[in-house]
Design a protein around this ligand. Sequence first.
Ligand code: FAD
Ligand code: NAP
Length: 333
Amino acid sequence: MNIQHNISLKPYNTFGIDVVATQLLPVTDVSQLAAIGEMPQPKYVLGGGSNVLFTAPPNGLVLRNELKGIKKLVEDHDSVWLEVAAGEVWHNLVMYAVEQGLGGIENLALIPGTVGASPMQNIGAYGVEVKDTIIAVTYWNWEKAQFETLNNEQCRFGYRESIFKHELKNKVFITSVVYRLNRKPVFNTSYGAIEQELQQMGAEPSVGNIAQAVINIRRSKLPDPAEIGNAGSFFKNPTIPLSQFNLLKNQHPTIPSYPVGADMVKVPAGWLIEQAGWKGYRRGDTGVHTKQALVLVNYGAATGSEIWQLSSDILASVKEKFGIELEREVNVW
Ligand code: FAD
Ligand code: NAP
């Protein structure tokens, strides 16, 4: 096997953290997995590296997912089922769906990373979550040395959550995902600035136009990891009981909120962090983005530990000001 030694992972994570992997192995074929599984060292699966923070060099074998291929499994009057290899770039899949006029993932355009990571945290944006299109996820189970497939329900998807972040954490290598996309899409344009952007584009809602609107909005708001290191939202948006929210609203009348069911409320973490005074803050080469306080950034030579420390200080300060415990979304290695 083509194991590379002492390779910097800086080009392989969007935070741009410079740690050295003693062993790095590209996985280009699922037939490699059985032999890799027999190797004794701990295994770390890396997709696009857009949702990881390295706080120390990984002490084992880093596997770079390069499994490729998109296959139509089922085609009927209403839908197309696509089986997609886990190493495909997520945004390329969105563009493939756009070309075919297939709906369901257009609001998820321009999310960095791979197909294999899409079920990990049930990627979501602009009112859509990938779980609503996933039929099944197949993976290699390291302990059992076999392929297994979970259906949608078994994946236990939640808000930025799945079984892969819990019971199956570090135990599997996801090899493919089956998505069901719609020939007769139902568009979701109600979120944020999508409708406004479509108007500015002079465009009717369509799979392609919505994807383009989302691309335009994202480019205008979010830092491009090619220019400034980041991993998107560092924290999840907390969901708190309505009773707690009502008390907070008395103290902070402008606090934004989105109802979750009848008695819970989602509060944008970015607002809490901004109100706690962190937006645009810089310490050495770590910082809080100037336009979106939910995004922590690496201005160049920050270490993972420095970013971790900054995130801990933000957690403590938000807890003190609002009594809300933020949770990190980024996977820490
Ligand atoms: P990686 O960062 O490589 O890995 C993430 C975790 O998944 C790691 O723990 C890794 O071990 C595990 N993993 C990856 N692939 C596999 C596999 N095949 N098998 C088993 N485990 C695996 N996320 C959203 O949900 N919505 C957004 O709108 C969004 N916007 C973003 C914007 C920016 C600018 C950035 C930098 C990030 C954004 N993210 C967003 C976060 C990130 O893009 C997603 O979580 C993405 O799915 C991560 O994919 P990846 O391939 O880069 O995963
Ligand atoms: P935004 O539109 O400024 O909104 C701020 C937050 O409020 C969002 O996080 C969102 O929660 C919530 N929100 C806004 N409108 C909502 C609505 N109509 N219904 C329910 N919740 C609403 O956010 P943004 O930073 O520009 O991001 C836009 C979208 O891209 C969001 O969906 C965000 O999650 C996603 N995104 C995710 C990442 C990541 O790394 N996870 C990075 C960048 C952007 P939700 O997050 O639950 O949608």
